[in-house]
Ligand binder design. Structure first.
Ligand SMILES: NC(=O)c1ccc[n+]([C@@H]2O[C@H](COP(=O)([O-])OP(=O)(O)OC[C@H]3O[C@@H](n4cnc5c(N)ncnc54)[C@H](OP(=O)(O)O)[C@@H]3O)[C@@H](O)[C@H]2O)c1
Length: 283
């Protein structure tokens, strides 16, 4: 039986196992997102953060593609004020936090030309748990109204904070999107928690932060044995550990190679060998 190309979150949302990230593409955003959709990506990650993402150009690419809405997983983010460029704000900086969340979601729906978002991610925790909960509760109200299917959080490396958020909210996080790197111990404890709670862990900086893994003898050996690139071996290892990697590649060959990671399998021994370079597999 062919492998399912999706993972299902605790909110019963299906997420493609490889997501196309839309950061830093500036005026070429539409072109790259169109290429990614044509290549076969069906998961798109963006943010209502004009400093790094041109969300309206992502929306344009989705419209041009004419792919039915139900076939694309669209994820965007609410970015709190400290993460925004003060000269290019997508909401009123002086408004209460709840209003900022509301304005940001409104802008995202308009930019992306959609009536609902598959996933809304809080771009980073706010300065305290209480303030983070204020933003989260407003986000929850959109899930209740059916305009958002699930919620998540990003840049949350503190397991206690993540668990507190989880404990305090009605609509639990279904996604954790973090930088996958050695400084955080590759989030091993957080990923175990995510696995136990059916929260999908999404990785970014996966290739950039890990040249030592890509160049390791372990990955190089598997790469030459199987005739897949080191990047593919690493992405595939993550996928087999239940992680959904993001790739923002602008290279058509790399787009194809990323998607090909859904069509081959590593042995569990090979995955364990690769993950030993990150401190070990999460069981
Ligand atoms: N939540 C957050 O705060 C946050 C932060 C950063 C990123 N993100 C999300 O994650 C997405 C991905 O960002 P990223 O930081 O992981 O970096 P990225 O934009 O995917 O870039 C990674 C680097 O790896 C190269 N690359 C990609 N695929 C490759 C392949 N198959 N073989 C060899 N090299 C390859 C790329 O070059 P080429 O273009 O030449 O392939 C690029 O230089 C972003 O677009 C965004 O959606 C989220």
């Amino acid at each position: 039986m062919p492998e399912d190309k999706h993972v299902t979150t605790r909110s019963q949302v299906k997420i493609p196992k490889m997501i196309y990230g839309t950061a830093w593409k500036k005026e070429r955003t539409t072109e790259y997102v169109q290429q990614a959709l044509s290549a076969g990506f069906r998961g798109i990650d963006t943010a209502c953060q004009p400093k790094h993402y041109q969300e309206e150009l992502v929306g344009k690419a989705i419209q041009i593609s004419a792919i039915p809405r139900s076939e694309i997983f669209i994820q965007t983010k609410f970015t709190p004020l400290p993460g925004q460029d003060p000269n290019r704000l997508p909401y009123d900086a002086k408004a209460p936090l709840e209003t900022q969340v509301e304005q940001s979601i409104g802008a995202s729906l308009k930019n992306l030309g959609t009536e609902y978002l598959d996933s809304l991610v809080l771009h980073s925790p706010l300065h305290s748990l209480e303030t983070t909960l204020v933003a989260w509760r407003k986000m929850e109200s959109f899930v209740r109204e059916g305009q958002i299917k699930q919620l998540g959080i990003s840049n949350c490396y503190d397991k206690r904070l993540f668990e507190s958020l989880y404990d305090h909210v009605d609509i639990k996080p279904a996604v954790l999107q973090n930088r996958f790197y050695s400084e955080s111990g590759y989030d091993r404890a957080l990923r175990k928690f995510c696995q136990d709670q059916q929260i999908v862990y999404q990785s970014f900086w996966t290739l950039t932060a890990n040249p030592h893994i890509l160049n390791s003898r372990t990955v190089q050996k598997i790469s030459s044995e199987l005739d897949y690139t080191p990047a593919q071996i690493f992405f595939r290892s993550l996928i087999q550990q239940g992680i959904v990697p993001l790739t923002g590649t602008t290279n058509p060959l790399h787009m194809e190679q990323a998607l090909a990671c859904l069509s081959f399998t590593l042995s569990s021994e090979q995955v364990n060998d690769v993950f030993s370079l990150t401190g070990g597999s999460v069981k």
